[in-house]
Unconditional design. Sequence first.
Length: 176
Amino acid sequence: MKNLFRLKHWQLFIILTCMIFVSIFVANSGLKIGNFDSIQLSIFVRLIGVIILFLWYLFLGLSLNNMTHNPHKFKSGLFILAIIFCAFGYSNMNLQVIFSGNYIIPNFVSMLLTPLTLLGLIYVFYNLPISLKSLETNRKVTFSECIVDLILLFVFPIGIWIVQPRLNKLFMNQKN
């Protein structure tokens, strides 16, 4: 997990940007592998990107929450559950494009995943920016002070370009 935060901002930016461009390229290429056409392959690339992004959020949130001098603590178990709901919700949305006629997930599960994904997003994107800003300022901050950080965390991969150097600085200061 600590190796993820040793990555430079440009490395994470390139990884996530490549996932986006590869997805677009594959969707427009007419590529076919076995029974999978270009749109289905593009969705699988997007799923890998979603998993990478939410793993970054997960590791980020757990690492920030485990810092001893963090003024804003949140429930790690609930955070993990929120990340799982978000990842499943976005994955389900992408998979519905592939299997539009033959649902691989029952409709009632999809109906439950939608509000759970929304609640997960609210929990994740409420706690991450507050925790980050609280650690940087060494005081408990209000949500209104973290709106810019919320936008930066939500708008990937561009937000990573700005957030990751701040994270590297926080983790380097913790070691000292």
